[in-house]
Design a protein around this ligand. Sequence first.
Ligand code: BGC
Ligand code: BGC
Length: 821
Amino acid sequence: MKGGNWTRVVSGCVAVLAASGGIAQVAPPTPSTPANTAHPSEWPGQTSPVPRDPAIEAKIDRLLAAMSLEQKVGQVVQGDIASITPEDVRRYHLGSVFNGGNSDPHGQYNAPAKDWLALADAFWDASTTDDPKLPRIPAIWGIDAVHGHSNIVGATLFPHNIGLGAMRDPDLMRKIGEVTAVEMRVTGIDWTFAPTIAVVRDDRWGRTYEGFGEVPEIAASYAGPLVEGLQGKVGGKDWLRGPHVIATAKHFLGDGGTHNGRDQGDAQVGETQLRDLFAPPYEAALKAGVQSVMVSFSSWNGRKMTGNDSLLTGVVKQRWGFDGFLVGDWNAHGQVEGCTNTDCPQAINAGLDIYMAPDSWKGIWESTLREVKSGAIPMSRLDDAVRRVLRVKFRAGIFDAVKPSARPYAGRYELLGSPEHRAVARQAVRESLVLLKNAGSLLPLKPGARILVAGDGADNVAKQAGGWTLSWQGTGTTPADFPNATSIWQGIRETVQTAGGTATLSPDGSFAAKPDAAIVVFGENPYAEFQGDRSDVAFDDPADTLATMKRLKAAGVPVVAVFLSGRPLWTNPWLNAADAFVAAWLPGSEGGGVADVLFGKAEFRGKLPFSWPKRSDQTPLNVGDGGYDPLFPYGFGLTTKDRGELPALPEVRASGGGDAHTLFTAGKATNGRRLLLGTGDALATNPGPELIAQRPADRVAQEDSVRITWTGRGAATAALVGDPVDLTREANGDVALIVTLRVANGPASAVTLGGRDVTTRLRALAQSHEWGDVAVPLRCFTGTDLARVTRPFVMSTAGALDVTVSQVRLGSPTAGLVDCR
Ligand code: BGC
Ligand code: BGC
């Protein structure tokens, strides 16, 4: 426990040490404030390590006196480069821009680095040439450089935070920060939305891999060195400039505490727990001088963080003395009680300093201007927010800086994925691998042996890199997008060939000559944020690797399993089928680091940063909880010197389906839904063939799809019907209902999907005779209460239409988008 004498609040009762020395339970005094209002005086105090520079403050005073109101408002609003142009930045005097995970120069996910630099110049130019009568205030650009500068082709990709947590190596974190910052500078970007210092309590959460661990100790020990690696040391001459950038501690507070692991959900904990579990990494980041803090999307006991003045102003600014700025998350202000994406005085009044308003920036700019004029937002609050933004810009040398492409490191593209940088990432990979089983001391393997390499993850950089890699979800890329990366297979091949052995790649595990051992690389496919939310913690095995492993075992080949995942998962059948099992997390671009350890060039040293479940429904599962009964505890990790036997584990999965975003697959509706047909509300499985009918159909496997035929004799509907689900989170962004289908006949007249007209898209698919997607963003759904959706898929037409549907899901569309903008 940290210093200070706090009253310990235990489940609603105050536990006090009675005179007898025992523990007495006394009823708490009736709380004068609800359980979602913080009491800052009960939080440890802190002072900013950054001395206030009177010269800077004086400059800010002068600027504030000279700035127009419009210009001030511009400093507290940022737009996404997908929805804002340099001209907009000039006209609205915006203080910053950013790019979300799917936003890239001219919309090209793999735009070359030079295009990023050119765009950085364009925004900077616009911001410095707005109105000659007004003070000149250059804009800055924020990006999610969350595991290296991971939006950029060729950048060094570090393991995601979960793997870094396994290393327990704060010194290496400093180097990782330094490398990331330099690579950002190559593309002219000066601000990263990292590090994520979430303490993740429920591994169903799709962002589990963005956290360093399930208890605060790892994040608290990493936050300082990582922030210093990114920003430089407070007081150093290169602080926030030169090879360094501005860092962001995110997402404040309790993002990893969301109930049931639901993204953007609710942390249902008392104030003591909120403080003791989730705050220590922030205290460390602030001590290291972090200049920006991102406020979480999520709530604390039902109240959105983005509107919680007791936390934002009371704790962060007043109690902790933070004098940088608080940035919001993606339209998170729109979720605050009483707010919309384009209007939310509550957020700035609570202490937010910059609205992250991707596509809503103009509306928020206009409403903020109006509300400052009307007094709904006090002028003093706006001035304070602007002062904070300007203070960070002064500290970072932004006012004296030349355009981004003329700054140190800019345009030195050879630094992206340079050998020195990759060596740091490779070391991180080596240190992050956790050995869970090593029966018969199979590992280390002899590099001179005959090695078979199998599994869909073996030669797949995108899979080993995970989400937040070139695209938001980390999907839709090709191998050519990773010029400076080594797949795990390539790393193994190099090691084995150098030692005179033979290595063969065989994804399905088949072989002609019997190998001495097989390495099977498999795991979760990439995802980000809520798209990775699950209802259990079982591994779904998208490529049926278990069958491959069993075949190898049956043939007498020893099997090493290399498991790629963003979280610990129930993997008992795979643990049983393998002789050795390595949790490799999401290692990034340096597959060679895996070979280094498998073949004994380095010893295993990774320790679990999260408890590993014994059952698929065992969540939350955290060290220190009552009844803690993991398969492998927090901190577990073998070396090859340890006895690595593991008894056979039970193989029955204790829970149903896990992926909440697939609605129809393998010929069936999921999660208790049914595919029903008919007119209006009178729906049935097969109401009669006059209007509409369904029957199983084959795409790849027998009956893995459904054929739906509209006769054209009247209007009819096909719908997936089930219990209400809340899709408001999914609708905040570009998530679409995606239907993969083939059109055999029609459409003879207009067809709607989720109320949107999709006729043109269906006609195009009918012409092509190919399988394809029809995608309608959820925000386009008309006439639907997104908080209670019982029919996520509704397709209707009055004309003849014959389609075969193989999949319906919610996700990021890659093709067939029918937008409503
Ligand atoms: C995420 C943040 C991220 C932001 C910008 C949000 O959805 O929660 O972590 O920084 O998008 O991409
Ligand atoms: C994410 C962004 C992402 C966007 C895509 C948001 O929810 O936070 O980072 O780029 O969706 O539209």
